[in-house]
Design a protein around this ligand. Sequence first.
Ligand SMILES: Nc1ncnc2c1ncn2[C@@H]1O[C@H](COP(=O)(O)OP(=O)(O)OP(=O)(O)O)[C@@H](O)[C@H]1O
Ligand SMILES: [Mg+2]
Length: 499
Amino acid sequence: MTIKKRLIISFTLMIAIIIFIAGVLFFQGKVQRYYLRQSVENYSLMAAAREIQYYLEKSASAFDFYLILGDTSEKSRFLDYAKGLKQKTDDYLKQLSARGGSADSSGGKNFKASGKEYADFTEIENLVDTVISKWKNILTLYDKGSKEKAISQVDENIMPYLTKLKNKINEIYISKSEAFNSAEKQSISLEKANFFISVGLSVIAIVLASILSLILFRSITQPLSRLKEGAEKIGAGNFNYEINLSGYNELTALAQSFNKMAKNLQKSETQIIQMDRMASLGQLAGGIAHELNNPLTGVLGQSQIMLEKLSTTDPLRETLGKITKAAERCRKITKGLLDFSRQKDYHFELTDIAKIIDASLDICSSDIVASKITVIKNYGKNIPKINVSVAHIQQVFLNIITNAIHTMKNGGILTITTQRESALPSAFISVSFKDTGDGISKENLEKIFTPFFTTKDPGKGTGLGLAISYGIVQRHGGNISVSSQGEKKGAIFTLRLPV
Ligand SMILES: Nc1ncnc2c1ncn2[C@@H]1O[C@H](COP(=O)(O)OP(=O)(O)OP(=O)(O)O)[C@@H](O)[C@H]1O
Ligand SMILES: [Mg+2]
């Protein structure tokens, strides 16, 4: 899994944990608020019952005192309290209605007054109305002078209603105080539970976050330290060292780049050794070629003179002809050796590389047709002109094309591709020649640029073509490489020339 994905998953998990904890705390708070509100509602009904009871008792005692003492101040106290009693009862019933209370309301979670509460307070109001109207009747009787009759009616007419009213108020008070107590208890126990749940969840969140961070940290630092170790080994020159990281992520991709870099460094090292070898060989070959050139010129010159002197029928003419041919072949070889060692007459100019390829193909066109070879040109677009010595680069292309023709005697396809490569430290133009010929064995691949290496029949090839090409490309600051999947599978020669 990529590091980016790991980071995203870790953060998402942490956010999910935080949201979960916040959700649990929010839910807990909601439940606790519910019980708190329930206790408040019950408490307010308890208080209402108490207040109605207070006004009822005050009215009853003022009424009794008035009847016994005939004190008019007691009468007015009675009237005030009775008025207060009626007022309070009406107020509470209105409050219940305002809370949505009705004969069939369900009460419940949204704190609507329940049907029972509404019915209880309606009953209280009816009883209060009855008691007050009965009190007032007795009062009228009393004030008209029938004092004894009035007093005797108190027990008979009012007591049963008064007792019923008191009982009802008491019943409401008890039930509401029980409800209040249980809601309060719930609220307290919930508060305790909330505390433990909050602490517990916070601990779990901290532990989970620590584990996640640790996993993430280790999954990054372990491969990093292996990368460091590998880089140090490669830096110390151990190019065969391979950094092996499992899985696929940014760090394994980096490890692969390191491995690739090590391989390229190894290749470059081999190339440097090859260049060194070529330079010494070039010096040696140049020396020998120079020494051989003068006597060979002598041999050729003398043979020429002798041929002119001999009559056309002389049997020695044939022998002399063989000497001349052999000497010419030796001259070809020494010329090649001198080209290889001297690398002379370079004239660099900005040139379109495709034009040089086309010119080289033109020169070989008759051989290409004769060998039934199809040429496919894959020239890249926007390839800039580059600084090359045209004659020399053409010599390289001719040599590669001639080799390709030679390997595809019975027909084949030659694909020529040019493209711009943005490799560090600078850009290159690559030109590749891919044939469908005999291919090159693994062991020959290593020797192919060595002077005099040839697989052609004796006398047919000098084995200098690729060695000379190698030198020319080096002189241009580029490189030439070959790859082949093996015998009968064709070969690819690739030139890289700096832009
Ligand atoms: N396209 C190719 N396919 C297979 N083998 C190749 C190819 N090009 C070169 N070779 C091999 O590399 C050898 C060396 O090639 P090089 O051009 O240096 O010399 P040559 O072609 O043998 O001789 P000369 O170039 O003097 O004719 C060849 O003999 C051949 O074995
Ligand atoms: Mg050749």
